[in-house]
Structure formats: structure tokens, C-alpha cells
Design a protein around this ligand. Structure first.
Ligand SMILES: [Zn+2]
Length: 131
């Protein structure tokens, strides 16, 4: 019961797919995101600190907006290195960027949920949702 719980940054727990409260509990039951049958399976509570991973029904619909933000940010980064640094044509960029996004899709799906939970928890950790 005396586990030391440190505040973790949204970026740190978001990319690592960890609990936003303790930074140690894993958000997904299967650590391999490319096993598509178990892609979205999450425990109901953090195994380490008991934070609810499903604060309300339909909570993760909001992760769609986070998915959009992550996808656009990744596409802009891809544009910078592909077009500005390597001088690729627009069509080459579009094809390579699409392939990268498709390959990373399972991880990005989980990262969107992770970032969404981390952001909501950061701003609402003292509300009834998480207590
Ligand atoms: Zn936790």
C-alpha cells in the first residue's frame, strides 16, 4: 500500500502505453499490438494502482480525435524529412506516408487511447470520474 507513485508526463505514459496515474500498470492485456484479435483488450482497472481504465461507457470515442492529432503530427514529420530533406515528389511522399501509417496503425490505435486517457486524467483526476 505504500507504493511510491510519481507523477508521469503525458508524453511518457502516452508513448509507453502505461497507466497515467502510476506510470507502471500496462494499459493493454497483450503487449503485442499486431495481434489484431486482442488489439483493444484492456483491463478494467490498473493492476498497480486500481485507476479505472474505463471511467464511463464509450469513454474511448474521444480517442478518435487524439488519433487524428497523432496521425497529422506524424504526417507533418514525414513530410519534413521526406520532402524537405530528401526532396521526394508529392506522390512519393503520399505513398510512403500512407504505407507508414498503415504499418503503424495498430500501435497508433493504442497510442491514441493511451494519450486520450492521459490527457483526460491530467485535467480531471480530482473529479468523480476517476475516484
Ligand atoms: Zn496505475
Amino acid at each position: 500500500m505504500d507504493k511510491k507513485i510519481k507523477a508521469k508526463s503525458i508524453l511518457s505514459v502516452g508513448f509507453k502505453l502505461l497507466c497515467p496515474k502510476c506510470g507502471e500498470g500496462k494499459l493493454f492485456l497483450n503487449p503485442n499490438p499486431y495481434n489484431l484479435k486482442t488489439l483493444a483488450e484492456m483491463p478494467s482497472h490498473c493492476p498497480n494502482c486500481q485507476l479505472s481504465f474505463m471511467p464511463e461507457p464509450g469513454f474511448y470515442y474521444g480517442a478518435m480525435f487524439m488519433s487524428y492529432v497523432i496521425t497529422v503530427a506524424l504526417s507533418v514529420l514525414n513530410f519534413i524529412w521526406a520532402y524537405l530533406l530528401w526532396g521526394w515528389t508529392t506522390w512519393t511522399y503520399l505513398i510512403i506516408n500512407t504505407l507508414i501509417l498503415i504499418i503503424l496503425l495498430p500501435y497508433l490505435f493504442r497510442a491514441a487511447r493511451s494519450f486520450y486517457l492521459a490527457v483526460v486524467y491530467r485535467f480531471e483526476k480530482n473529479t468523480a470520474r476517476f475516484n
